[in-house]
Design a binder for this molecule. Structure first.
Ligand code: AMP
Ligand code: MG
Length: 267
């Protein structure tokens, strides 16, 4: 089983080659607890620097099958971040107004400004996933979208937006377990949706659609990461580490004062 998580451009991955249960040799959550706490602190400090410098924005795109844990990661990784420095946007079935526009209209409006971290819970990729699986538009329309997405993301990157795209890879049996636990646990009942049970019937179609989205849209400027996500703590660790590394690589600096601080007199 492959353990590589960053998808190189022009490679053709098959999701069945990636073990959703992989956990980097760790056996339990307690082994990574300290690392996760350190990462949360680092993300918080790096976000402050991102804001101070205001040259870049970080756009984190989260895609997963239902119960793949998009909300959990947002909660865990961003827990230390100043709420003013982070914007989360959840993309649901488009409204009448959104459908009347091009598919990127609602997406572009939600892209974070420089200095901020933006998190997309679902994204423009739904327009080549659910839309493709359920034939919501003709094939030639969704087929053309891969190139359109690559061009759109390139424009963002050329304008200072750093893009991270995470596919949280859970196995079909893990999804069953999670959906069942939503039924069993009264505190989780609210998360249960019959629609998720219906969508599960299209699992193979979704896997194919995800493979195409990842293969066609993992670019030099905006690569896809496949995150083994059966173990929630490992998933959060890998996502967190990737965020920290990406932000550190920006080599950000606090802006300097125009005058020497000791030459400024405060009356
Ligand atoms: P949830 O995330 O469970 O609240 O569900 C949101 C629903 O919106 C999912 O079933 C998505 O597939 C659906 N959705 C998101 N974006 C689109 C889109 N562009 N076209 C159609 N359905 C979408
Ligand atoms: Mg759902």
């Amino acid at each position: 089983m492959s353990q590589t998580i960053i998808v190189s451009p022009r490679t053709k991955i098959k999701l069945k080659d990636y073990d959703a249960g992989y956990s980097g040799g760790y056996k339990r959550k307690s082994e990574v607890k300290n690392q996760i706490a350190k990462i949360q602190k680092q993300i918080s400090e790096l976000q402050e620097l991102l804001y101070a410098e205001s040259k870049h924005a970080l756009l984190i795109i989260l895609q997963a099958m239902d119960a793949g844990g998009k909300d959990g990661t947002i909660r865990h990784m961003m827990s230390g971040v100043n709420p003013q420095g982070c914007e989360v946007t959840t993309f649901k079935v488009p409204s009448a107004e959104e459908v009347a526009h091009d598919f990127l209209w609602r997406i572009h409006k939600a892209v974070p400004p420089k200095g901020k971290i933006g998190i997309f819970n679902r994204s423009h990729y739904e327009d080549v996933l659910v839309v493709r699986v359920h034939n919501l538009v003709p094939k030639e329309v969704w087929c053309a979208r891969y190139d359109q997405i690559n061009s759109f993301e390139k424009i963002l990157v050329e304008n200072g937006i750093v893009i991270l795209k995470f596919f949280r890879h859970i196995s079909k049996s893990e999804q069953k377990k999670r959906l069942e636990s939503r039924l069993k646990d009264p505190a989780k009942n609210w998360k249960f949706s019959e629609a998720d049970v219906q969508e599960r019937k299209y699992w193979d179609d979704y896997m194919e659609a995800y493979e195409d989205a990842i293969n066609k849209c993992s670019t030099e400027w905006a690569p896809w990461y496949i995150i083994p996500a059966n173990k929630k703590w490992y998933r959060d660790l890998v996502v967190g580490e990737t965020i920290v590394k990406t932000m550190k690589d920006l080599d950000m600096k606090y802006p300097e004062l125009k005058k020497e601080p000791n030459k400024i007199k405060i009356e």
